[in-house]
Design a protein around this ligand. Structure first.
Ligand code: ADP
Ligand code: MG
Ligand code: ZN
Length: 485
């Protein structure tokens, strides 16, 4: 391609605070009844005065620190004036020239993507358009909720890179417990700016795409837009600066609003709020509260555990899951001693396998989170050692885990109670094998005439006769010995 794409992101995230940005209304993203979490302050009644939510300021600074930003010693709020029915005051309190943070970066792959600024503002209300009516309704529950805006430099060069950036940001916000950052619920909203420039030229005219509510649409709308602009430039046309939407059904962008000139928001310092001072003290205190972030965790996991990169990514992309994994790994140490096992890594591999397949399946089926799981890390570790030591078969393991999941009991208890202990004792197994051989002369013939799956059938018969307790490997060996005679 003759052109170089330049993409800049503007990402809004709803902050997880108890109350709204400038009043003590409940900040509840789950509230469905309209206009219950409102008061004279967030409704902009004359004479009401805003008060800054300290927690929201701290959450933005925490995010800024995690994203390598500079925190100035002071910042201020400004009024951004415009008219829209979802904006009760006729202006939004935001930050203009002195934001809470500037000049950060986030590494995506081997590339450092610069972050221009991260600032704090208040959210707007929400317009509701009831079907088959000629009116709209306004729900102000969202008005005045704390909103963080992050702006990047136009340095991203593909839809895929923009998606990666947004996904990594979402993960970091969740690690920091700053925002639930769920795109479908509008807790994280991405706007993308796309332009093309000749390989050795100036930045081109940008087009802004709004209302993207999934990472997939971030990626696809950018790719579509790059192609659309390249085609226009190829045929000698100019790009017009405009805002476009994304049509999910047709998988294409469409023009929404043409920017004839920059809108004048008549920004001025918010006269009802004091400036934010002594931010260095706050940021120093908060810098000690930043947990290990996903990128550092991925590297540490690669060094400490011999598990696949895919498994590492899956674990790290869910903080609860990776914390649980490490609690189990630490509990395993106790079991290693008790059972005198020396291959720690093979147990760790087994742990990640069972966690990411069997336990995940149970969590998904019951729509519950690992944080609420009844299986304690200690019990899970014991469960893993029982499998490793072949005290339960893999089919018994599934029912043991299901029982642990439902009741929270420990695995040895369940194995005892349900007689699930695997039987490897040859003397016991030979008796069952003899019985099965006697009852299945046809399969014996099949096996001897070279049909290998006859052996599988016979093992299955022994398993059934032992109610799943027989060790299938030992049964296979006994059968082969007997039948090859
Ligand atoms: P505006 O004033 O129109 O909001 P800003 O300069 O504040 O523009 O930038 C908003 C976003 O647009 C930022 O993410 C920035 O990186 C991006 N951006 C700015 N210029 C371009 C461009 N020429 N091409 C692509 N993105 C751009
Ligand atoms: Mg802007
Ligand atoms: Zn309020």
């Amino acid at each position: 391609m003759k052109y170089q794409p330049n993409i800049g992101l503007e990402i809004h995230s709803e902050l997880k605070t108890e109350s709204k940005m400038f009043c003590d209304c409940f900040n509840d993203p789950e509230e469905e009844k309209p206009n219950v979490n409102i008061c004279p302050i967030c409704m902009g009644h004359p004479g009401s005065l805003p008060v800054i939510n300290q927690k929201a300021v701290e959450l933005v600074i925490k995010t800024a620190l995690a994203l390598n930003c500079q925190i100035p010693n002071s910042a201020k709020f400004d009024r951004k004036n415009y008219f829209y029915p979802d904006l009760p005051k006729g202006y939004q309190i935001s930050q203009y020239d002195l934001p809470l943070s500037e000049k950060g970066f986030l590494n995506i792959g081997n590339k450092k993507i610069k972050i221009t600024r991260i600032h704090l503002e208040e959210d707007t209300g929400r317009l509701v358009h009831p079907k088959s009516t000629n009116y709209s309704l306004v729900d102000f529950n969202r008005a005045g909720r704390p909103l963080m805006e992050l702006v990047t430099e136009p340095e991203i060069d593909s839809g895929q890179e923009a998606r990666q950036f947004s996904e990594e940001l979402q993960l970091i916000l969740r690690y920091l417990n700053v925002s639930e950052a769920n795109m479908e619920k509008g807790q994280m909203r991405c706007e993308v700016n796309v332009s093309l420039k000749p390989i050795k030229g100036e930045l081109g005219t940008k087009v802004e795409i709004k209302n993207l509510n999934s990472f997939r649409s971030v990626e696809r709308s950018i790719n579509y837009e790059i192609k659309r602009q390249a085609d226009l430039l190829e045929s000698g046309e100019k790009i017009i600066q405009e805002t476009r939407g994304w049509d999910e059904n047709k998988q294409r962008t469409f023009s929404q609003r043409i920017k004839e000139e920059a809108q004048d928001y008549r920004y001025f310092p918010e006269p009802d709020l004091p400036p934010l001072n002594q931010l260095s003290d706050i940021s120093f205190k908060l810098s000690t509260e930043i947990p290990e972030l996903p990128q550092a965790k991925r590297i540490r996991f690669e060094n400490e555990y011999q598990i696949s990169n895919t498994d590492i990514n899956t674990l790290v992309s869910n903080k609860g899951l990776s914390d649980y994994f490490e609690q189990v790994v630490s509990e395993l140490k106790t079991w290693l001693k008790i059972k005198s096992i020396d291959d720690h890594q093979s147990l760790i591999k087994l742990t990640s396998n069972y966690l990411l397949t069997e336990l995940q399946k149970l969590l998904l089926a019951s729509k519950s989170k690992i944080e609420d799981c009844k299986v304690s890390p200690e019990n899970f570790a014991e469960f893993i050692t029982l499998i490793e030591q072949k005290e339960i078969s893999s089919s018994a393991a599934q029912s043991v885990l299901k029982e642990m999941f439902d009741t929270g009991s420990d695995p040895s208890h369940i194995i005892e109670e349900k007689s699930l202990k695997q039987v490897s004792d040859e003397d016991v197994l030979i008796k069952i094998v003899n019985q099965v051989i006697k009852e299945n002369p046809k399969s014996i013939q099949d096996y001897r005439s070279g049909k290998d799956n006859a052996l599988q059938f016979l093992i299955g018969q022994v398993m059934a006769a032992s109610r799943g307790q027989a060790n299938p490997q030992v049964v296979g060996e006994i059968l082969k010995k007997k039948l090859n005679k």
